[in-house]
Design a protein around this ligand. Structure first.
Ligand code: ATP
Ligand code: LTN
Length: 333
């Protein structure tokens, strides 16, 4: 039975607590897919090193993110959740794939351009080859589907091209993966700056993002101070980025579609609407926070998951890596 299930891989950087954008854009789908697919969900700590990190903070955040995966509803018996740095195959495959990726392709990546602008004092080679490591993550597990938010589409396209290029030379080695995006919520914008995506590393304005561990009062305060637009109609429209973003959040959080929500809030005004969005978000975040706190007290359980799942991931990765090494012509061990 297990062998017939399709495979899913996705990852998130431990660069901070996940926010509402991460949840609605990616994590929510991870949970939804875990019964139907063979899922592998990684904490991509190696990717985080492309930006300077404090070691103690990185270690803490990596563990917190793993706890968050479980608190959100991922079942570590069903899905494999583990740290990228615990499986050396990621780095090994990334090296091989580097030799099948062109400088020009990497130079075109929007994330690279944006991050080099933001970190102009540290434009390291890792930042440039970041998408190759991401391709290695995915191809190492022969993933069919990769649940991600909209900002990762371009990296996915590159990953597919690398896989196709490699397969063209060596035969069908890699599964060519497809991105999997939510119908609604693939790009959640900032609450204070609705023309920019909500982003963890954009902490300058804390009112811009809702962290999954924010207390209910703080969540409500942030929603109440969210930027709206002129007028007073709750309508989805390109000249109303603030209200449109709140409608997307409401719809993704409750499952009510946007036109239904527009009807629900007709004539109610922005203040009432913002309060309702806040309440909806608080409601689904509450059980996640409760579970996170419980896990905080259960160090042994979390340690056991880290060990067991790291081993499972390693076993899959080594099989694929062995095949790749043979194909490219490395001597057998
Ligand atoms: P950083 O700012 O450190 O780059 P991030 O907030 O962009 O972090 P990532 O760890 O890079 O988050 O992304 C994890 C997942 O969340 C990815 O699948 C990404 O596409 C998705 N994601 C990130 N931001 C948003 C957003 N604003 N809306 C929807 N999905 C998002
Ligand atoms: N690049 C992604 C994180 C990431 C990822 C992956 C996502 C690293 N490896 C593999 C999906 C599959 C990001 O910045 N959000």
């Amino acid at each position: 039975m297990e062998a017939e299930k399709k495979a899913i891989f996705s990852g998130m950087q431990p660069t901070g607590m996940p926010h509402l954008g991460n949840y609605l854009g990616a994590l929510k789908n991870w949970v939804a897919l875990q019964d139907e697919y063979r899922c592998v969900y990684c904490i991509v700590d190696m990717h985080s090193l492309t930006v300077r990190q404090d070691p103690a903070v990185l270690r803490r955040r990596s563990r917190e993110l793993l706890q968050m995966y479980i608190a959100m509803g991922l079942d570590p018996e069903k899905a494999i959740i583990y740290f990228q740095s615990h499986v050396s195959g990621h780095a090994e495959l990334a090296w091989i794939l580097n030799c099948f990726t062109y400088m020009g392709e990497l130079g075109r990546m929007t994330q690279f351009k944006e991050k080099s602008q933001k970190n102009s004092d540290n434009i390291n080679a890792g930042l440039f080859t970041y998408p190759v490591l991401m391709a290695a993550d995915i191809l190492l597990y022969n993933a069919d589907l990769v649940p991600i938010g909209d900002d990762q589409r371009q990296h996915m396209e590159l990953c597919r091209n690398i896989a196709l290029r490699f397969n063209n030379i060596y035969g069908d080695v890699f599964t060519v993966p497809e991105p999997y995006l939510p119908k609604i919520g693939a790009r959640i914008m900032g609450l204070a700056e609705p023309e920019r995506k909500m982003s963890k590393s954009d902490g300058a304005n804390e009112n811009n993002l809702i962290y999954l561990l924010d207390k209910p009062e703080l969540i409500m305060k942030k929603f109440k101070s969210a930027v709206t637009d002129s007028g007073n109609e709750v309508k989805y429209s390109s000249d109303k980025p603030g209200i449109s973003n709140l409608l997307v959040i409401y719809s993704a959080a409750t499952g009510v579609d946007i036109s239904q929500a527009e009807n629900e809030f007709e004539g109610k005004g922005y203040g009432f609407f913002k309060q309702a969005v806040g309440e909806a978000v608080i409601e689904f975040i509450k059980p996640i926070q409760r579970r996170f706190e419980e896990l905080n007290k259960d160090k042994d359980y979390v340690d056991a998951i880290i060990r067991a799942n790291g081993e499972k991931a390693n076993a899959i990765a080594s099989r694929v890596l062995r095949k790749v090494k043979k194909k490219v012509g490395f001597p057998a061990v």
